[in-house]
Design a protein around this ligand. Structure first.
Ligand code: NAI
Length: 794
């Protein structure tokens, strides 16, 4: 036998097995007799109806443990325990809560290896990932939020915790999702009932044990295991104040509907189909390496996976060749092997789903390429897969596959890249690869996604908010904005119910009547006054029944026209904050100049005193939001990588607004102005009771340089128009002020495209007071945060 040269050895060298020893973790499972109850009120509780389910290792099929199947009674017990613990938890000084969060971070670090192995055997993800990514990030989340717990009173003065929070998490990052949910909830003084996913309950149970070890008061964190039915019981529980959910868009939609008839605050982190855009001037080798993390990390079971590869045509062939070469070196196999890149798929049903979608993609014309890599003989595995020539409308370009499957397409210009990238109902994340800072940042700004990674991918940090646009959900996790999901103004829950939720009082039902008597008020669409499509007007009467005038009756078609006009006016959002501020100041100036006349007309409807107050406060409100326009800035985060993350406050887009009935002028401005100040375009339904004042508003707007279409006004029957707005698929958000019934309708009907709904939950907001009626709370709902990660260094 001839001796091998060093070069030969180097080129033929292969990986030997490098298995992680799971012994300690198996001992831990045995210590629990491989059988777990729920963690309620600080102790382990057997399920009331004695039912358990099995959790298995997807790489071997071996059973790991029996876990309690939570019933509605178990959920009820957990919610009661959380409620009981709430007052005591909130009575602690922030520093005391901070100490608990710090202890949780420390304890996670002490048990890091056990948690990593447990995660890997329950989920199938490579140990390299659970050890180096999931668990360190879990600890980082508790450290970071220990800091917020400490600073809470200084930094969030005027806010308080929502109360008891129900949290439902998926199986792809079981412990990390738990940390994303529990850390901010505890830091802000909430108590928690968490339901982990049925495929991966074990690390949540290990975490429950950690809560006990650090002496967290019983009931502050409760863990109820089970399936979708358990989750549903938690969502529907009357004594839960907020639901935070991560999972499929389908279930997110069901939860939106199920919580509509309640004042539960809701945040949803749902699916994605994130674009991975590579320009011709990109560093292609880095882009290929990025793809390994983008789509093969965690077997592609990542909500923000870069699952759509968009390549500039000129480099498509070269990039594909490089990619295929790299794919051929990926190692698929036992997740506990430290040299493995791709582990096991979480469950048989998920494997079948991946296979079904890939076959459908091929049937729709995609070319499928898979490398010749060794595959394990048993267990749930799927080869890394590249689908090329994918049509943008193909199922594999549109639906979340949640597997190691990349769908590739090409584009020619940056503009086409943005169009293709945004051609999805989702908007969770995106990656942009270009060596040109101008191209990458310009494209990043135009992408509809909550997170954009420049020349990088799948980076996460507790300081940098994460969350979606569109059907990827709403709300953010991480950062300051993530905390706001668990807080609300102190006065809000105590506010009285609205006296008349935008509905006409009895005896005042609008009647169809002949056209206007002395003054014709129209709709205001695209900067022009327009007649209502219905051709109807309604009489508007004052408090004593006297005829004040006639107002047009807007309908579905008018709303559709108004939304279209708003979409065309999106340049308003691109205008500089300075420009927007100037326009708002100018509206204030013109309103003030016509103040006497407007007060007189308004007085006929609401009385002299209220009219004068409304006009005065409206001018002030205009000044406030003009002031805010160039001051509600984002932040730059400094995560522990060589990156800065630019957290930009972005306008949401086009927003529908249903205004309060009783303050026709001030109520209208209080809701419309924060949205305009942020750069949104608006379709507003003014007070149904006294809509006539909008006729005067048009004239003020027309003389104030507000671009046509930025603000559209459609008077009419509030409940009817609200339904049209809520069901409209091209609206990004809906703000609704009214009684509980109206707020429920807004939330329930918005589930179609999952637009964000912000409502007064049927409670009265005192718009005449600056404390309740304006400021940050409104602006926080008028913007959404986009985190753009920019690397630095060589
Ligand atoms: P899923 O959305 O059904 O499950 C997520 C969590 O919600 C689990 O804890 C589950 O028990 C719970 N749940 C299910 N139905 C519920 C209901 N009606 N009310 C309350 N909670 C409920 O996701 P699943 O079935 O595990 O995966 C299906 C697909 O969803 C995946 O193929 C993937 O495309 C997507 N998915 C997306 C995730 C993401 O992070 N974006 C995470 C998990 C799945």
């Amino acid at each position: 036998m001839t001796a091998m040269s060093v070069i030969e050895k180097f080129t033929t060298m292969d990986y030997g097995p490098a298995p992680e020893d799971p012994k300690e973790t198996l001992v831990w499972l045995d210590r629990h007799s491989r059988k777990f109850g729920h963690f309620i009120g600080g102790t382990w509780k057997s399920p009331r109806d004695g039912k358990y389910f099995e959790t298995r290792d997807p790489s071997t099929g071996e059973k790991l443990a029996d876990v309690a199947q939570g019933s509605a009674a178990d959920v009820d017990a957990a919610v009661k325990a959380a409620r009981k613990a709430l007052a005591g938890w909130q009575a602690l000084r922030p520093h005391e809560r901070a100490k608990f969060l710090y202890a949780l971070a420390r304890q996670v670090q002490k048990h890091a290896r056990r948690l990593a192995v447990l995660e890997t055997i329950d989920n199938g993800k490579p140990i390299r990932e659970s050890r180096d990514i999931d668990i360190p990030l879990v600890a980082r989340h508790f450290y970071y939020h220990a800091g917020w717990a400490q600073l809470l009173e200084q930094e969030f003065f005027g806010y308080k915790a929502c109360g008891v929070v129900g949290q439902i998490i998926p199986w792809n990052f079981p412990l990390l999702m738990l940390a994303w949910k529990i850390a901010p909830a505890l830091a802000t003084g909430n108590t928690v009932v968490l339901k982990p996913a049925e495929y991966t309950p074990l690390t949540a149970l290990a975490f429950a044990e950690i809560c006990r070890e650090v002496g967290l008061p019983g009931g502050v964190v409760n863990v109820v295991t089970g399936d979708g039915a358990t989750g549903e019981a938690l969502v529907k529980h009357a004594s839960v104040d907020k639901i935070a959910f991560t999972g499929s868009t389908e279930v997110g939609r069901a939860i939106r509907k199920a919580t509509a008839n309640s004042a539960k605050k809701l945040s949803l982190e749902l699916g994605g189909k994130s674009p991975y855009v590579v320009f011709e001037d990109a560093d292609l080798d880095s882009a290929v390496e990025g793809l390994v993390d983008g789509i093969w990390f965690n077997q592609g079971q990542v909500c923000c996976a870069g699952s759509r590869l968009l390549m500039q045509e000129s480099i498509a062939e070269k990039l594909t060749r490089k990619l295929q070469a790299r794919m051929s070196t990926l190692r698929v196999g036992a997740p506990l092997d430290k040299g493995i890149d791709i582990g096991a798929i979480v469950a048989q049903v998920q494997l079948e789903r991946i296979d079904r979608l890939v076959k459908q993609g091929i049937a729709e014309g995609a070319t499928c390429w898979q490398p010749e890599v060794l595959m394990p003989a048993r267990g749930l595995y799927y080869k890394p897969t590249l689908l090329s020539n994918v049509h943008p409308t193909s199922i594999v370009a549109q639906q979340e596959i949640f597997g190691p499957v990349l769908a590739a397409m090409t584009f020619r210009t940056p503009r086409e890249a943005v169009e293709l990238a945004n051609n999805t109902v989702y908007g969770l994340a995106a990656s942009v690869w270009s060596e040109s800072v101008n191209v990458s940042l310009q494209v990043a700004a135009q992408l509809k996604a909550g997170v954009v990674w420049v020349n990088s991918t799948n980076l996460f940090d507790a300081a940098c908010g994460f969350g979606g646009y569109r059907e990827s959900g709403f709300g953010r996790e991480g950062g300051r904005e993530g905390l706001l999901e668990y807080l609300e103004p102190t006065w809000f829950r105590k506010a009285p119910a609205v006296r008349n939720g935008g509905k006409r009082e009895k005896g005042e039902a609008p009647e169809m009547a002949s056209p206007a008597i002395d003054r014709t008020v129209k709709l205001y669409i695209g900067g022009k006054q327009a007649r209502p499509d219905s051709g109807y007007s309604v009489e508007i009467r004052g408090k004593k029944g006297e005829l004040l005038g006639e107002s047009p009756l807007g309908n579905r078609k008018d709303i559709r026209n108004a939304v279209e006009a708003s979409r065309k006016a999106e340049a308003w959002g691109k205008s500089s904050a300075h420009t927007r501020a100037q326009v708002l100041y100018y509206i204030a100036e013109n309103l003030s100049q016509r103040g006497g006349e407007i007060t007189r007309r308004l007085a006929a409807a609401v009385g002299k005193k209220q009219a004068a107050e409304e006009v005065r406060a409206s001018v002030e409100r205009l000044f406030s939001y003009a002031a805010w326009a160039d001051k509600f800035d984002g932040t730059v985060h400094n995560p522990p990588m060589r990156n800065v993350s630019i957290a930009m406050n972005e306008a949401i887009g086009t927003v529908g607004v249903v205004c309060p009935a009783d303050l026709p002028l001030l109520g209208f401005f209080s809701l419309v102005l924060p949205l305009l100040s942020a750069g949104n375009t608006v379709v507003a339904v003014p007070s149904e009771k006294y809509p006539l004042i909008t006729g005067d508003i048009y004239q003020v707007l027309e003389t104030s340089d507000l671009p046509g279409g930025a603000l559209n006004i459609v008077p009419g029957r509030a409940t009817e128009l609200l339904k049209v707005l809520a069901e409209h698929d091209d609206l990004d958000a809906l703000w609704c002020y009214g009684n509980a019934e109206i707020c429920t309708t807004a939330k329930a009907l918005s589930a179609g495209n999952l637009k964000q709904v912000w409502s007064n939950e049927g409670r009265e907001i005192d718009f005449l007071s600056a404390k309740e009626g304006e400021g940050r709370w409104f602006l926080q709902h008028a913007y959404q945060v986009k985190n753009i990660w920019v690397p630095y260094g060589e």
